[in-house]
Design a protein around this ligand. Structure first.
Ligand code: ZN
Length: 212
């Protein structure tokens, strides 16, 4: 399929709005990027993901320099370029401060309880990266190291979550699933306490789908 910059921008606009409207990226937080043959398209700094237009999407190179666009790219651009540099298989990245997921970041706990088969199928643990000031090279490097270890998603301590996937659609679905997991977990804790699948049940689901 031939690459179209307009098509990629439309893709970003569509999934940005979905992310905001699902309460996963409040106010002007969060940023999204998409790899293209010409560089990386990324949302601009300080813009609400629901209210963007195509001018709020900037084309940058792998050093974070602007190739095309008039707006300032997201201050987390280096975090995005680090991931793309480390992982050829990742083409789309979502970073957001989804309040439910970020609750784990603030509690300073990784997400690692197999409460649902679909979670246990994919993850052993979603790691928690220690706190670094947002938008710094230190944060970007720590995220790059984490993704280099084949993690596709990471929690940023007292900050938010970052997730990479082959397409923006899949990145959205995965972060939405993660939010649903957290919501279910919290609900179970409110009712009584969350009970986990045991090792045998986890092994069974993995064997059945052989997908990891
Ligand atoms: Zn952030």
């Amino acid at each position: 399929m031939q690459f179209s910059e307009q098509g990629s921008k439309n893709d970003i606009l569509y999934w940005s709005k979905r992310l905001y409207q699902k309460d996963m990226s409040p106010s002007t937080s969060g940023n999204i990027s998409l790899k293209t043959p010409e560089g990386i398209l990324i949302t601009s700094s300080g813009v609400c993901l629901n209210d963007m237009n195509e001018d709020d999407i900037v084309l940058i190179d792998y050093d974070g320099n602007v190739i095309n666009g008039t707006k300032k790219p997201s201050s987390e651009k280096i975090m995005h370029t680090e991931i793309y540099t480390k992982r050829d298989d990742i083409n789309a990245i979502i970073h957001c401060h989804c309040p439910l997921i970020t609750a784990f970041c603030v509690a300073q706990r990784p997400i690692n309880k197999p409460i649902l088969p679909d979670f246990a199928l994919i993850y052993d643990e979603i790691p928690l990266i220690p706190y670094y000031c947002p938008s710094t090279i230190e944060l970007a490097e720590a995220v790059g190291i984490c993704f280099e270890k084949n993690n596709n998603v990471a929690l940023l301590q007292n900050h938010g979550v970052v997730l990479g996937a082959d397409t923006l659609q899949n990145a959205f679905y995965q972060i939405e699933s993660l939010r649903a997991y957290v919501q279910t977990y919290f609900g179970a804790e409110v009712i009584s306490s969350a009970k986990y699948l045991n090792k045998k049940q986890v092994a069974e689901i993995r064997q059945r789908y052989i997908k990891k």
